[in-house]
Design a binder for this molecule. Structure first.
Ligand code: NI
Length: 179
């Protein structure tokens, strides 16, 4: 396995639609998936899409580890989505904070559907059908966007919440905690 170099904003690979994967069991695809998982974990991402590692293919990996300080909070198990399609199952949207390994440091509030259905293939090539809500649904929509050449900035209603980490801690996180 290997840790891959992450493409950052400005790299055209992030702005073109990714190609469907034709031969999922192929060793080079399986190696790419393993490397994407390792890269996501190395950089403490919650998701990673293949265009972010310079491969214009419809593959996304998602994993949210349990927070040891908040073991009751929901987390997302390791999920590999290949050639995914997303169907919103509600009109309801929610705004919450997002960041992206391809847009280092910056975070902002992004509206997303609260619930989506996903049709995809898993890493063995088997059909995968799942329903996701709230944070997991948010991460899936963020990663799916990468496969269409879209980044979270494109989804923001305004850039007023666009924030660096120190300012997030100073002006935003505290306010959220206060309620
Ligand atoms: Ni991202």
């Amino acid at each position: 396995m290997a840790i891959l170099k992450v493409a950052v904003l400005g790299n055209p690979v992030l702005r073109v639609p990714a190609e469907p994967v034709k031969n999922i069991p192929a060793p080079e695809i399986q190696r790419l998936i393993d490397d994407m998982i390792e890269t996501m974990r190395e950089y403490r991402g919650i998701g990673l899409a293949a265009p972010q590692v310079h491969r214009s293919l419809q593959i996304a990996v998602i994993e949210e580890e349990k927070d040891p300080d908040a073991p009751k909070e929901p987390s997302s198990p390791l999920t590999v989505l290949i050639n995914p399609r997303i169907i919103p199952v509600t009109d309801q949207m929610a705004e919450d904070w997002e960041g992206c390994l391809s847009i280092p440091e910056l975070r902002g509030k992004v509206p997303r559907f609260k619930e989506v259905e996903v049709q995809a293939h898993d890493r063995r090539g088997k059909p995968l059908h799942l329903k996701a809500t709230d944070f997991f649904a948010r991460v899936i929509q963020h990663e799916y966007d990468h496969l269409t050449g879209t980044v979270f900035l494109d989804r923001m209603k305004s850039f007023e919440t666009l924030t660096y980490p120190a300012e997030y801690g100073r002006f935003w996180a505290r306010h959220e905690d206060e309620g």
